[in-house]
Design a binder for this molecule. Structure first.
Ligand SMILES: [Zn+2]
Length: 596
């Protein structure tokens, strides 16, 4: 008999009892105690007095690792609880508790890193050779170097405290306004009031009239609020720029590049290679316009479906498909996925009351992961499932790495996930039952390339120019619209007929205060994993272990060293990027051939 998989997850093996869990309450109390121990150890650590014992520093660092691991574990449990049932009020309270704990730990952490700065350079180098510290040298150096770039502890504390209302507050204000917005859309001869998210989903409608109508309605809605969004964007950017000015940071890219542990040259090389290859994607857009019977595509045609094949798979079928195809690249990854299905590490049930979207979260203390999504059987659901399993596998191979070396940045975070997704997307194209299905699946892949190479490029160009102008003063709504359209024209190389001037207000990512420039790391991750995928196809059997070693190093190296060590490539040169893009160009060539 064929085995079927249960699409709900098992959280009880981690903490039994959901948001009422007694075991979890006890765990939170333990974190509180550990945090106090860590704080006391930081207080007792006084390198400013002149003598620093390696043993003492090792002790503080071990305590930090332990408390961080536990906090990540607790945080993951809370994320799972609030995602599986949006009406769970006890889970919402826990979200508040989590922010509190994080803020407290951050405060102790700032004190600790400032103390590292007080250590003399020669002493520091000797310290890092000590047994318990050597393996952490990258991360410890990073803490220390980044702390050197900051203002005094008192000033940084003041910035953080003022930032709650003066910086993050603008982002919350943005969320509040967006949450209240509605769009009136006509459907089946009835006018329906939709949220902007619901309305945006209609931009993939097969009927152009519907898409155009929704696009216009959305445009009106964003325009109506544009004076408010002009305020939120200008002020949060102003806060960021003022902070940089006081810290004497010249470039707005300094912070995002540091967060992503990459060099400016790498970023430049990546965009150069992309720009050099845009012509292929312009050709795809022209071909699509042709297939849709249009002179030229508009922004609202990009997501239009070309075919109407809706092949559906059951959860069990999807699981088997994924495990089979993972196995062709990496038997270990296939075994891991099999275990995740068997042990119910995945919440995929299609039911009401769940949060939308998907994620993968790690429980580093119990060395497990959980995946959250809603599976309704589409090919894009299968891609998401594979994507999240890629994230889970990344964590899995890192389980025995020191907790402080497990923290990788957004640009490499998407490596394992995109890689896994690519395996499954390619296999789906190969296994397509007919030409129409093949064209649809191939187009799914190309659309992702267009998003990373053109849409995200437009966001990057916009943000750069906007911040430059913002340095000189407030930027008007009209000017924001202009910069946006200019950026889109450049990024899409004039391939479109109608652009989206309101995109600076409709895209949440411009209003996120947690991370600046929430755009280029996506494109980096996509191409970086494509480069690995190309290598995997070439290397065959030797690939698996090399891949695992690369993933294990993602939390303790900068990206240039990581690529040089494991792939022998120089990310600051366009060649690597060029090769990765060629895989996407092949999709376009195949697409054009199939649609002749
Ligand atoms: Zn992801």
């Amino acid at each position: 008999m064929q085995q079927t998989y249960n699409p709900t997850w098992d959280l009880d093996v981690i903490f039994p009892g959901g948001s009422d869990s007694e075991a979890f309450r006890t765990y939170l109390k333990d974190i509180q105690k550990d945090k106090e121990t860590f704080s006391a150890e930081v207080e007792a650590f006084t390198p400013e007095d002149g003598n620093v014992e390696a043993e003492q520093l090792t002790g503080v660092v071990n305590e930090l690792e332990s408390v961080m691991k536990k906090l990540r574990e607790a945080s993951a449990f809370i994320s799972c609880l609030s995602a599986q049932d949006v009406t769970d009020e006890k889970a919402s309270l826990l979200v508040g508790k989590r922010s509190e704990l994080r803020a407290e730990l951050d405060a102790i952490m700032s004190k600790f890193v400032q103390k590292l700065v007080a250590i003399e350079d020669t002493t520091w180098v000797t310290l890092l050779q000590h047994d318990g510290l050597a393996e952490l040298s990258f991360v410890l150096n990073e803490y220390r170097e980044q702390a050197k770039e900051l203002l005094s502890v008192e000033q940084e504390v003041l910035i953080n405290d003022l930032g709650v209302d003066g910086y993050h507050g603008w982002s919350q204000m943005y969320d509040t306004i967006v949450g209240k917005m509605t769009v009136e859309v006509e459907e089946d001869n009835k006018v329906k009031s939709l949220s902007v998210g619901q309305a945006s989903n209609k931009l993939g409608h097969p009927d152009r009239k519907v898409r155009k109508a929704v696009f216009d309605k959305l445009g009106e809605a964003w325009k109506e609020q544009s004076a408010l969004f002009g305020q939120t964007l200008n002020h949060l950017a102003g806060f960021r720029l003022q902070t940089y000015k006081h810290r004497n940071w010249k470039s707005v890219l300094k912070e995002p590049l540091a967060i992503n542990r990459m060099k400016q040259e790498t970023l430049d090389a990546m965009w150069t290679a992309i720009s050099n290859n845009k012509k292929h994607f312009v050709k795809y857009l022209e071909k699509k316009a042709d297939l849709l019977g249009l002179e030229k595509m508009s922004m609202y045609d990009i997501g239009a479906p070309l075919t109407n094949t809706v092949k559906k798979s059951s959860y069990t079928e999807a699981s088997k498909f994924i495990v089979d195809h993972f196995g062709k690249f990496s038997p270990k990854m296939a075994d891991f996925a099999q275990m995740a299905f068997d042990k119910r590490w995945i919440e995929a049930e299609d039911r009401a009351g769940k949060r939308p979207g998907g994620f993968c979260t790690s429980f580093p203390d119990s060395e497990q992961t959980r995946i959250f999504m809603t599976f309704s059987g589409t090919s894009s659901n299968i891609a998401t499932l594979a994507h999240e399993l890629g994230h889970a596998y990344h964590q899995h191979v890192m389980n025995d790495v020191n907790g402080l070396n497990q923290r990788y940045a957004m640009n490499v975070a998407e490596t394992a996930s995109t890689f896994a997704e690519m395996i499954v997307a390619d296999a789906s194209v190969k296994n397509a039952q007919n030409k129409e299905e093949k064209i649809g699946l191939l187009e799914d892949k190309i659309q992702r390339s267009v998003a990373f190479f053109m849409n995200i490029h437009a966001r990057f160009i916009f943000e750069n120019r906007f911040y430059e102008e913002r340095k000189e003063g407030l930027v008007s709504v009209n000017r924001l619209n202009e910069i946006m359209v200019e950026a889109q024209k450049e990024a899409y190389q004039d391939a479109l007929d109608e652009y989206d001037p309101n995109f600076w207000s409709s895209k949440l990512h411009f209003h996120i205060t947690g991370v600046p420039f929430y755009n280029f790391p996506y494109t980096f991750g996509y191409l970086f994993s494509l480069g690995i995928y190309a290598a995997a196809k070439e290397q065959g059997e030797n690939f698996e272990d090399a891949y695992i070693e690369l993933l294990r190093d993602t939390g303790r190296m900068n990206v240039e060293d990581l690529a040089m060590k494991h792939m022998n490539v120089d990310l600051t040169k366009p060649d690597f990027w060029e090769d990765a893009i060629q895989l996407c160009v092949k999709d376009v060539e195949e697409f054009i051939e199939f649609t002749q």
